[in-house]
Design a protein around this ligand. Structure first.
Ligand code: NAD
Ligand code: UDP
Ligand code: UDP
Length: 311
């Protein structure tokens, strides 16, 4: 049994991670400022003897005693991270410095929830970890993309300079129960629109692609990475290589919900990547990990969740 800190633990991914760690018998400390997360996500864990919550903003120093740190604190959807872009950069950079400083004092192993956005609008397809990316440094997505890139830099400098045990995980689009219904991400938008019989909003012509990973698979990959041999730092892609266009996704969601929603085309946001698919060869070799949930199966679980919370 370990003492494990999860920052951003009341968010979508964080709450699933906390649940799995508690189930394994670990002592979990969830730190969150509830910017995009909610107490409802962790309600079922409150009161358990091995689960503790602390309201705290990671841009400020944190003094606690733990053995491992999962650093997930950061708004993840474009709507949320663009709401206060300066704060987004601060969470990524100051937050990383504080959590790395904490890990250094404790000699604790630390995992960073990085992102496929470090590849920007990629010229290499599918994306392998050795691709350096094509990122606009001054656009509306930059606070997130460059913030996450700088966090990766900090992780590798603490590793080189202070010999910290680091793990850097590049997460590709992930979906599942407890996604925020209003966070503007495509899976939650389409499901909510389909359930309400509202038009499905496709940005651009809908031929852009993404690869969607079900949350249980993602959390499994994250825990395998944390427990991998010390010499393995990553960065490692974790995601589902099954690639789909937004038009196909809209069709599938309409079919699975039995919705008759019309399709409505809207302008494509600035810097919206045209295609994205992870090369997961490294995760397969180093972690023995591959996603197991087919898109339709994961969507069915997610739709069932949204049916309960959408009126
Ligand atoms: P989320 O918005 O649901 O969760 C983020 C959590 O961080 C929230 O609970 C939020 O309140 C908390 N938070 C934000 N700022 C904070 C601060 N200053 N101090 C403390 N807590 C703070 O998003 P998510 O989808 O669960 O993403 C979790 C992590 O995974 C993020 O770092 C995100 O960048 C990364 N990621 C997610 C995806 C995805 O598809 N979901 C893809 C790539 C990377
Ligand atoms: N820090 C923290 N908790 C700790 C230790 C450090 O939050 O237990 C923060 C503190 O704000 C510090 C930052 O982490 O400024 C970086 O720590 P480090 O030791 O790398 O550098 P310092 O700034 O102390 O020289
Ligand atoms: N998108 C869309 N309709 C929506 C929301 C998003 O067509 O209602 C598109 C968006 O332009 C992007 C893709 O879906 O091309 C994925 O968007 P999301 O914000 O979920 O993730 P990201 O762009 O960060 O991968």
């Amino acid at each position: 049994m370990r003492k494990i800190l999860v920052t951003g633990g009341a968010g979508f991914l964080g709450s699933h991670l906390c649940e799995r760690l508690v189930a394994q018998g670990h002592d979990v400390l969830c730190v969150d400022n509830y910017f995009t997360g909610s107490k409802a996500n962790i309600e079922h864990l409150l009161g358990l003897p091995h689960f503790e919550v602390m309201r705290h903003d990671v841009t400020f120093p944190l003094y606690v005693e733990v053995d491992q740190i999962y650093n997930l604190a950061c708004p993840a959807s474009p709507v949320h991270y663009q709401h206060d872009p300066v704060q987004t950069t601060k969470v990524n950079v100051h937050g990383a410095i504080n959590m790395l400083g904490l890990a250094k004092r404790l000699r604790a192993r630390i995992l960073q929830a990085s992102t496929s956005e470090v590849y920007g609008d990629p010229e290499v397809h599918p994306q392998t970890e050795d691709y350096w990316g094509k990122v606009n440094p001054i656009g509306i997505r930059s606070c997130y993309d460059e913030g996450k890139r700088c966090a990766e830099t900090l992780f590798f400098d603490y590793w080189r300079q202070h010999r910290l045990e680091i793990k850097v995980m590049r997460i590709f689009n992930t979906y599942g129960p407890r996604m925020h219904p209003n966070d503007g991400r495509v899976v939650s938008n389409f499901i909510v629109q389909a359930l309400k019989g509202e038009p499905i909003t496709i940005y651009g012509d809908g031929t852009q692609t993404r690869s969607f990973c079900y949350v249980d698979d993602l959390v499994d990959g994250m825990m395998r990475l944390m427990d991998s041999p010390a010499a393995f730092t990553g960065p490692v892609n974790v995601g589902n290589p099954q690639e789909t266009t937004m038009l196909e996704l809209a069709d599938t969601i309409c079919r699975l919900t039995g919705s008759a929603s019309a399709i409505e085309f809207r302008p494509l946001p600035q810097d919206d990547p045209k295609q994205r698919r992870p090369d997961i060869g490294l995760a397969e070799r180093a972690l023995g990990w591959a996603p197991r949930t087919a898109l339709e199966d994961g969507l069915k679980e997610t739709i069932a969740y949204f049916r309960k919370i959408v009126d």
